[in-house]
Every structure is written in C-alpha cells, then in structure tokens.
Write a new protein. Structure first.
Length: 258
C-alpha cells in the first residue's frame, strides 16, 4: 500500500511539473510569436470603381468554385476519361495504366483540344475586358459565342430538343439562340453516348480474342485454366502492334472537329 501511494504521489508530482512547464512554454510562445488579429469591415462605397472591384472578386471566387464542374461538363474531358476507362477494361488490365495516368492524359488532351476555343475567348472577350475596352455584359456575350459553337458542334439536336421540351421554353429559331442552360446538359449526355459507342467498338476486337482463346482451351480440355490468363498477352501484343494509343488519341482529337 505504501509503495502504491508513493508511486501515485510521484506521478502526481510529475503531472504538476508537466502542467507548469506547458503553461510556461505557452506563455513564452505567446510572447515570442504573437497571433495576428483579422478584422472584416463593411463600409459604404464612395466610388463606382470600388463596387466594380468587389463584384469582380465575387465573380472570380464563383468561377473558381465551379471550375471542376466546368472542366468536367463543358470540355472534352468527359468523353476522353470514359473512353480510356473502357479501353482499360477491354484489354483486361485491372489497374494499368493507373487512374492518375489516365486522368492526367485526359486533362492534357482536354487542354490541347480546347486551346483554340480558349484563345478565342481570351483574345475577343477576357483581354479587352481587362483592358477596360468593353463592358462586362459585352465580354460575357462575346465569350459565349465560341463556347456555344464548340458545344453545338458536339451536341445532338435530339438531346437539345429534350431539354428545351422539359424546360417548357420557346423553341429556338436558330442554333445560336439555344440557351447555355439547355445546351450544357444536352452536351453532357451527347458526350456520354458518343463515349459509350466508342467503348463498344473498342471492346469488339478484344472480345474476339477472348472467345478464340476460350474455344481453343475448351477444345484442348484445359477447362481449369482461366482464359484471361492466356488471352491477356495476345491482347497486349495486338494493341502494341497496331499502335493503339496513337490511333485512339488521334481519333479522339479528330472526333471533336475543332
């Protein structure tokens, strides 16, 4: 009992010493490294330029928050990433190329494909607006033209008609009158359909190889041997011999018509 009490007393003393050391060190740090204070003030604007700067900051923050959705839904990224996923599944390599490589390749190809459209938006809309040559409304209307042209080029009229009907909007007289609110979802489902069609075409040659290998193994009585183990080298060899990555990437770039 005495031994236990002495041990408890020793731990209590050590705890008190540790507590005093933490408090002392915290006080020292507080003196050495003061914490800065942050103040947010709302004042009345005296000039129109002050309001314009605030609105520009709000617009910039809004665009940054929507950047992932814009990248995925208004660029070729959707078609590219879906096709690359189907290609990996068709070959039969579970995680090769890895997801990081596929996403990185899709991103760089997206930048490559969308570059002419982005340059046109910058030269005709963003740069003149930053130089105070045109107003915000004019810049916004000018920026919509190349973006709408790209989206319409890769969107089916049936998909546009679907969202126009569901939104109960007036039928646009020309393609230039189609609202972006309707055009963007129509473009997304058109891209998904195109990507699935390309994925189906990619599956066919690899599926034929799997069926031939399975038939040969069944005829030889090797029913316990997985056909995928034998067909995978042949599929890789076929893909390399026809220079598959060159053909697929080149066909995808040409399919957008930019």
């Amino acid at each position: 009992m005495r031994k236990n009490r002495s041990i408890d007393k020793l731990f209590m003393q050590l705890g008190v010493i540790l507590l005093l050391w933490v408090v002392a060190s915290g006080s020292a740090l507080a003196v050495t490294f003061p914490i800065p204070s942050l103040e947010l003030n709302v004042t009345t604007a005296t000039e129109p330029e002050e309001v314009a700067v605030v609105l520009e900051i709000i617009a910039l923050l809004t665009v940054i928050s929507l950047a992932p959705a814009i990248l995925v839904l208004m660029t070729p990224f959707t078609r590219l990433i879906v096709v690359f996923h189907f290609l990996r599944q068709a070959i039969g390599t579970q995680s090769s190329p890895p997801n990081q490589v596929i996403v990185g390749l899709a991103l760089f190809m997206t930048v490559f494909i969308i570059k002419p459209v982005a340059l046109e938006v910058y030269n005709k809309s963003l740069n003149p607006y930053l130089e105070r040559k045109i107003s915000y409304e004019t810049a916004f209307e000018t920026a919509q033209k190349p973006i709408r042209k790209f989206l319409l080029l890769n969107t089916r009229e049936k998909d546009i008609a679907l969202f126009v009907k569901e939104a109960e909007m007036k039928k646009p007289e020309t393609r230039a009158d189609v609202s972006l609110l309707v055009l963007i979802p129509a473009y997304v489902i058109s891209e998904l359909k195109t990507a699935f069609i390309i994925g189906f075409v990619l599956y066919i040659p690899f599926l034929v190889i799997d069926m031939v290998v399975a038939s040969v193994l069944l005829a030889m009585g090797m029913m316990m041997l997985p056909p995928v183990m034998i067909s995978l080298p042949f599929k890789l060899m076929l893909f390399v011999l026809v220079d598959g990555w060159h053909l697929i990437c080149g066909s995808l770039i040409k399919s957008f018509g930019v």
